[in-house]
Design a protein around this ligand. Structure first.
Ligand SMILES: C[S@@+](CC[C@H](N)C(=O)[O-])C[C@H]1O[C@@H](n2cnc3c(N)ncnc32)[C@H](O)[C@@H]1O
Length: 228
């Protein structure tokens, strides 16, 4: 089943299960916001890649009330939920059904953000996407990715897997939640954090760093150089 079809199928129950399936979600969002160098009143132009039902867009839009956000996703059904979420603020959110690994990205953004999406791409597509993200940012613009990563060794990967399963069970994930998550996880193509930080540098980013790491999940990114 394609990634788009998997998430079309998941869209209805997605938001309810998110918190149970991503241990430490609040800390991840907090780290992501903390790393953004914009003033709260700035009209930040944001591109959210793999925006899904709009959870990350909502977090960013909440912190920056004058931000305008473009939400990109290949799942029509996930974006349908996002359209409903933001229906009370017409004009502030734009929705594009598109495969960001295959199409050119729109340009002119101060911030490109992504959550839990880029790990669905092959490593080659991840590298290409990082290059396209660099191209879609204005000079001095920022990229931040909050995503799943692969353990650096088979032992570390096994620890991540054991940790995740223990934490989601503690959080009360139902057998139904877990079955749906395992089904989607078959489409995962996680890469190590070290590889991705290197690919960001290769794509031209500066100030590349990881801001938060908790077993399977990390928040990392970089800045597009500003020419003076
Ligand atoms: C796990 S969900 C994350 C959604 C949202 N960012 C969040 O944090 O809740 C992954 C999303 O990425 C989307 N996605 C995966 N690969 C994509 C691609 N190549 N182009 C566009 N969307 C993609 C899926 O359709 C899905 O909605």
């Amino acid at each position: 089943m394609s990634v788009g079809a998997l998430f079309d199928e998941a869209a209805g129950g997605y938001d309810g299960a998110r918190r149970r399936l991503v241990p430490g979600l609040d800390a991840l969002y907090a780290a992501l916001l903390e790393g953004l160098p914009f003033g709260e009143d700035e009209p930040v132009r944001v591109l959210d890649l793999g925006a899904g039902t709009g959870l990350l867009s909502a977090v960013i839009a909440g912190r920056f009330p004058r931000a305008k956000v473009t939400l990109v996703d290949l799942s029509v059904e996930m974006l349908r939920v996002a359209r409903r979420r933001f229906a009370h603020e017409p004009g502030r959110f734009e929705f594009r059904v598109m495969d960001f690994a295959r199409k050119d990205l729109p340009a002119g953004y101060d911030l490109v953000a992504s959550a839990l999406s880029i790990h669905h791409l092959t490593d080659g597509d991840k590298r290409e996407t990082f290059e396209k993200v660099h191209g879609s940012l204005v000079e001095g613009g920022h990229f931040v990715n909050m995503d799943q990563v692969l353990g650096g060794t088979p032992q570390e990967e096994a620890r991540y897997e054991e940790w995740w399963l223990r934490r989601v069970r503690e959080a009360g994930a139902s057998e139904e939640d877990l079955a749906a998550a395992f089904r989607r996880m078959r489409a995962d193509k996680n890469a190590t954090l070290a590889d991705q930080l290197r690919w960001l540098k290769d794509a031209g980013f500066e100030g590349v760093r990881c801001r938060h790491e908790d077993h399977r999940f990390a928040v990392y990114g970089g800045r597009k150089k500003a020419e003076y």
